[in-house]
Design a protein around this ligand. Structure first.
Ligand code: ADP
Ligand code: ZN
Length: 527
């Protein structure tokens, strides 16, 4: 096979001869250069971005063994097997090895017969291993899945925190930490806990240009709109529909089937065989729609998923990015479609408030949910905002999200918001959205009269909007923190500090006009 380009560097030569790749991708070349010459690095790249080469090639270029810390025993074995196939002298040390196999690896290590050693963190931290490493030449330390140091993340590993001692014990040896979790808070925690202040940070490749982002608030029946979206734009194609609860997963899957689509449910409460069977139908057959909770997706690699739909609000931008990222892995056009409603915000806030977590963690989760809502309510480019959250920069609006394709209209909602907020105040902050809307619209009922709410000054002052319009307004007020929902009580609306300037007329409020059919894709397909 003829090589199309001559390698210009030793790194490129290794890329060709050992790994069989034509050229470095994205920032790989810069990262390899930086680490090979002894620099520390923090690499933030999405899954599948090509993080492994960023430490494998420097490990081969530098003298000594590259030590790779990884929490995932199964992946370790795969990586080592693949490296060996390419002729790299690689081995791993973890609890899956017999004492004998483990001694064998250690003697190879001590004899300088290894290029790469994969090791579980608890194993690396054993005094014996550390002493062995002190006696030989180490090319670098690579800390994979570095977000495991984050106490607030879902993958927290206490041993990871102790990895900071590598810096103290082996100050001369370069370290490269890698992760696909790239939000600011996690990044700061990694730098702080691993003592990576001097590390160069590489953030790249989070953009998925072929995915079209579309987010709309629930107006009318979200299921019905989902059905329309699938029929009009993705008939016969594979997709994933995410729902928050198991019950909703089953109801939606059943409903889609009744409408003639090939939909299957997937959630952790189903019998394992059933789940397995549904998963393999989704993977093997064409055009299956998987209706699932977030339990579905980890490790699923199906390239031609044409859409990912959310019927509920994800709890964070990380989750949204990860879940939508399962669409269009083949690089062809794909849709990330979402419909969310007021109830989602309330449910997620309730779940957070009711959890066992401590105050700090709850605050962080609230913040993450707010960031998610911020993306929903945005009037500018969704992609730009999403990438900015992960530290990745988009030079210009993307032209491939709903807001870019049809910029949302905004309206001056100040007066309506004042009416809504004062109605909450007049009814004593003891009622939920439905009742307050009824008061605004002047609905007559026995309950209304027995409460005396038909005599309030805010009774019937809201004729400018209909029920859906008022509900939408309340949703946006809640999303913006101008109202909160009393989670201990029965979902009563409460005023907040932030509602005062609006009530007093010191602050105007511009909100997006709700649109039901955002950015329909005019699509011409070959078949
Ligand atoms: P990550 O660890 O970031 O999830 P990997 O290192 O496993 O990603 O790489 C993902 C895939 O991309 C692998 O199949 C890998 O072989 C491939 N890959 C990585 N770098 C390159 C490259 N420069 N050229 C071609 N393929 C690459
Ligand atoms: Zn855009």
């Amino acid at each position: 096979m003829a090589m199309t380009e001559r390698p210009r560097t030793r790194a490129e030569a290794l890329l060709h001869t050992v790994f069989g790749y034509e050229r470095f991708r994205g920032e790989q070349a810069d990262i390899v250069e930086h680490v090979s010459t002894g620099g520390d690095a923090l690499v933030l790249m999405p899954t599948g971005g090509g993080k492994s080469l960023c430490y494998q090639i420097p490990a081969l270029l530098r003298e000594g063994v590259g030590v790779v810390v990884s929490p995932l025993i199964a992946l370790m074995q795969d990586q080592v097997a693949a490296l060996r196939q390419n002729g790299v002298r690689a081995a791993f040390l973890n609890s899956s090895l017999s004492a004998e196999a483990s001694r064998e690896v250690e003697s190879q290590l001590m004899a300088g017969e290894l290029d790469l050693l994969y090791v579980a963190p608890e194993r690396l931290l054993m005094p014996r291993t550390l002493e062995q490493l002190a006696g030989i030449r180490v090319a670098l330390f690579a800390i994979d899945e570095a977000h495991c140091v984050s106490q607030w993340g879902h993958d927290f590993r206490p041993e990871y925190i102790r990895l900071s001692m590598l810096h103290e014990r082996f100050p001369e040896i370069p370290r490269i930490a890698l992760t696909a979790t790239a939000d600011e808070a996690t990044r700061e925690e990694i730098v702080e806990r691993l003592g990576l202040d001097a590390a160069r940070v590489f953030v790249s490749g989070f953009d998925r240009p072929n995915i079209r982002y579309r987010i709309s608030e629930e107006s009318g029946d979200a299921r019905q709109r989902l059905l329309g979206f699938i029929r009009e734009e993705h008939a016969g194609e594979a997709g994933i529909v995410y729902c928050l609860s198991r019950k909703r997963v089953e109801a939606v899957a059943e409903w889609l089937c009744a409408k003639g689509l090939d939909a299957l449910p997937y959630h952790a409460g189903m019998p394992a065989e059933q789940r397995q069977a549904n998963q393999s139908r989704f993977l093997r057959e064409e055009g299956v729609i998987m209706v699932a909770t977030i339990a579905f997706g980890m490790g699923i690699d199906k390239p031609d998923v044409r859409f990912v739909a959310h019927l509920n609000l994800p709890r964070s931008l990380e989750a949204y990015y990860q879940e939508t990222g399962r669409a269009g892995r083949d690089g062809l056009p794909a849709d990330a479609w979402m419909s969310y409603g007021l109830q989602d915000v309330i449910t997620l806030r309730q779940m957070q408030a009711g959890s066992e977590a401590d105050e700090t963690r709850k605050r962080l989760e609230r913040h993450k949910l707010d960031a998610m809502l911020g993306l929903c309510e945005l009037t500018g480019c969704r992609r730009e905002a999403l990438l900015r959250y992960f530290g990745d920069v988009l030079e210009a609006p993307c032209g491939n999200c709903d807001n870019c394709l049809s910029p949302p209209e905004t309206w001056d909602a100040t007066v309506a918001a004042q009416k809504a907020l004062s109605c909450v105040h007049r009814t004593g902050q003891r009622f939920g959205v439905n009742h307050v809307v009824d008061v605004l619209l002047g609905r007559d009922s026995e309950r209304m009269r027995s409460l005396g709410h038909d005599r309030l000054s805010t009774y019937g002052i809201g004729s400018e909007l209909d029920t859906a319009g008022w509900r939408g307004l309340f949703r946006q007020l809640i999303a913006r923190g101008l109202l909160t929902v009393d989670l201990q009580g029965h979902g009563s609306l409460l005023l907040t500090e932030a509602s005062r300037p609006v009530l007093r007329g010191e602050q105007r409020l511009h909100l997006r006009v709700q649109r039901v059919t955002a950015a329909r894709r005019p699509r011409t397909r070959a078949t």
